[in-house]
Design a protein around this ligand. Structure first.
Ligand SMILES: [Zn+2]
Length: 163
């Protein structure tokens, strides 16, 4: 994906208030992120372990989500599959919950998905990060097809948040 600035990221949030988007922590090392290998940029809040964020460019516009990890300890040692990139980890997948955009979110509605805890789906798909033995089921898809699927899965999740 194309590198984004802090300002572009802050204005891209679809499911939190403008004030929250202004205050939340955006990585300081944006210049050093491996943008060429990223389908989306995801990060955990260093000040609040139960919070995570991600940003992806869809149809030429960045869209960012604020996520909660309701129970950070619950996934430990369980073997589960990331619903975005289809990597299986032992203890490396978290249920991440996104408040819905707009009024539905203010009323407490949210949608959840099981996602790689370190939000590094792009690197697992490309084999740049290893999730351990048996983490990738053998598939006949090409790398490009796996990347397209990852983006499509995340786009579908964002569509549920903004629906
Ligand atoms: Zn993943």
């Amino acid at each position: 994906m194309k590198p984004l600035t802090e300002q572009e990221i802050r204005t891209a949030f679809v499911n939190c208030t403008k004030g929250e988007a202004k205050r939340l922590s955006v990585p300081r090392d944006l210049n050093d992120r491996p943008w060429d290998d990223l389908d989306y940029l995801g990060w955990r809040d260093p000040q609040a372990p139960g919070r995570a964020y991600l940003v992806i460019e869809l149809d030429g516009r960045p869209k960012a989500l604020a996520l909660r990890c309701p129970n950070p300890a619950s996934w430990q040692m369980r073997r589960s599959m990331c619903s975005i990139c289809m990597t299986t980890h032992t203890g490396g997948v978290s249920l991440l919950v996104a408040p819905k955009a707009g009024k539905a979110g203010q009323q407490g509605n949210s949608v959840g998905a099981y996602i790689c805890s370190d939000l590094s789906c792009s690197l697992y798909v490309r084999g740049k990060k290893d999730a351990g033995a048996g983490s990738r089921i053998h598939e006949s898809l090409t790398l490009d097809e796996k990347i397209q699927r990852t983006v499509a899965n995340l786009a579908a999740f964002i569509a549920r948040v903004t629906a």
